[in-house]
Design a protein around this ligand. Structure first.
Ligand code: C2E
Ligand code: MG
Ligand code: MG
Ligand code: MG
Length: 292
């Protein structure tokens, strides 16, 4: 299957590709050279603050512009990056590239955007992860309030003592820590309470099956209420329909992200969006308008 992402670029994903790639020595060779050949890119998916109908910021999502295969999604190469340990150097690049992008937006006068980056388990375990992040923030004069770090429950719970300490350090700096894909891991609300995270991202699988009066609605609204009682704000990812948007907004979920509003966009498309001052959550920002 071929999926279009953005207007000119094509992201290719075959369901069995990730598995095939693991056994393909040529693919591994390409992957190990991708960083030095400058083939990685960050694409940016808008996140909206529903009560203000406003663009809040973006999530940075890794893409690999493969010389012959086109723009590849993380599912095709992230498992291999993890397996080989290459994720450490690529992850460093992601942190730096994200801060560089924020610097660029700030210089253009868009000073209040937030940018979320994903940290893999092995990245989070790096002893110098705090320094990697603060170094990049300083290098580009970024207000830590603009940065969000997304980790999954399982990443956070692997070594909870260390996680609590590290997340506290991030929080003291003003960095937002988000628990990504919430509901898919092993955590429960009690463990969540121990983590000094300030944002919770409801996994796409819950959003997908949400229908009026369904059991999922009750589960999701309970998650939202508990998160709010812990002073966390809530982001719903994977919003594809107006019905999902309405249900989540009615449940009090303030932040929304999904193909209904926009797909992940390459930096040059974000520049167009910002220059056109398309900061409001309206049809002009929706995916359908991108198709012309
Ligand atoms: P994630 O962090 O949960 O990111 C959200 C994923 O959901 C993205 O997939 C995004 O394109 C997709 N998505 C957002 N809205 C919708 C929607 O309405 N419908 C559908 N069907 N999908 C939607 P993507 O870009 O393929 O990334 C997949 C995963 O790869 C991410 O999931 C994250 O776990 C990982 N990842 C991406 N970039 C990085 C990175 O820079 N570093 C690390 N360590 N992991 C990354
Ligand atoms: Mg994420
Ligand atoms: Mg997620
Ligand atoms: Mg997810």
């Amino acid at each position: 299957s071929v999926k279009q992402e953005g207007r000119n670029s094509w992201a290719v994903f075959h369901a069995d590709m990730a598995q095939k790639n693991v056994d393909d020595p040529l693919f591994l060779q390409d992957l190990s050279q991708a960083l030095s050949r400058d083939q990685f890119e960050l694409w940016y998916q808008p996140q909206y603050h529903a009560p203000e109908h406003a663009l809040a910021g973006f999530e940075a999502l890794l893409r690999w512009r493969h010389p012959t295969r086109g723009v590849l999604l993380p599912a095709t190469f992230l498992p291999m990056l993890e397996k080989t340990g290459l994720i450490i150097s690529v992850g460093r690049w992601v942190i730096d590239a994200a801060c560089r992008q924020l610097h660029h937006w700030n210089n253009q006068g868009f000073k209040h955007l937030t940018l979320a980056i994903n940290l893999s388990p092995s990245q989070f375990e790096q002893h110098d992860i705090y320094d990697q992040i603060t170094d990049s923030l300083h290098r580009y004069h970024i207000d830590p309030m603009q940065l969000t770090l997304e980790i999954t429950e399982n990443t956070a719970l692997k070594n909870i003592e260390r996680s609590v300490q590290l997340l506290n350090q991030f929080a003291q700096m003003g960095i937002t820590v988000a628990i990504d894909d919430f509901g898919t891991g092993y955590s429960n609300m009690l463990m969540l309470k121990r983590l000094p995270a300030t944002e919770l991202k409801i996994d796409r699988s819950f959003v997908k099956d949400i229908r009026d009066n369904s059991r999922n609605v009750k589960i999701v609204s309970t998650i939202i209420d508990i998160a709010h009682s812990m002073n966390m704000h809530v982001v719903a990812e994977g919003i594809e329909t107006a019905e999902q948007q309405a249900l989540l907004t009615n449940m009090g979920c303030a932040y929304l992200q999904g193909f209904l509003f926009a797909r992940p966009l390459p930096a040059e498309k974000v520049a167009v969006l910002l220059q056109q001052k398309r900061f409001t959550l309206s049809l002009e920002c929706s995916d359908s308008s991108q198709k012309k």
